[in-house]
Write a protein that binds this ligand. Sequence first.
Ligand SMILES: C[S@@+](CC[C@H](N)C(=O)[O-])C[C@H]1O[C@@H](n2cnc3c(N)ncnc32)[C@H](O)[C@@H]1O
Length: 219
Amino acid sequence: MRIRKKKWAEPELSRCSYFVSDPAQYRGRWKEFFQNDNPIELEVGCGKCTFIGEKARRNPDVNYIAVDIKIDMLGVGRRNIETIFEAEGHSPGNIALVRYNVEMLHEVIGKEDGIGKLYINFCNPWPRLKHKKRRLTFPKKLLMYKRFLTPDAKIYFKTDDDGLFEDSVEYFTGSGYRIAYLTRDLHNSEITDNIVTEHEKMFSDEGVPIKYLEAVPLA
Ligand SMILES: C[S@@+](CC[C@H](N)C(=O)[O-])C[C@H]1O[C@@H](n2cnc3c(N)ncnc32)[C@H](O)[C@@H]1O
């Protein structure tokens, strides 16, 4: 997703209590950042954070690490999170915003962090053959995620893109995951607690069915 430069993003994030400027220092110790033993969930490519903001509001006893590579995106995300939490009367204590390249996420999250749920929402489809390795569901990344997922963890993946979805089904099964649930029309499925992301709204408004799967790592 392209985003215009936001001059205010970096200064606002530097004053934000839940933006983590040096996330690698918390590798294996994210409980210390959150100051509790609550379960930790992760979103990669969080974009403008409407998903993670709403998740965190609904689930105050779960901690959320939201990762994106773009600082301007996280700047908009911080504002969106504050709007979501306005009615609560406080800033969230269960979110960590992290600017990082998912390719290197093992530098930031370790086995000891025990990620139980990982969300991949509308990652860039990268349709050209030579770019497919950049996909956040590409096998190399699925293998890396396994390094910090708990044995009973789940990955939740949704996209508008048919090619990315069908390839990803193969990526998951070929990388030691079992597909526990799959639908090619999420909004007409039995899933009732879906939180619509920015991209999801855009595509479903255009009538594009949303493809969705849940995958569990095999031992
Ligand atoms: C198409 S947007 C989707 C945003 C949001 N998840 C949604 O559903 O609306 C993809 C996001 O992934 C981020 N992204 C792409 N490659 C990444 C990488 N290697 N590491 C971290 N974030 C990445 C982009 O900056 C962008 O915000």
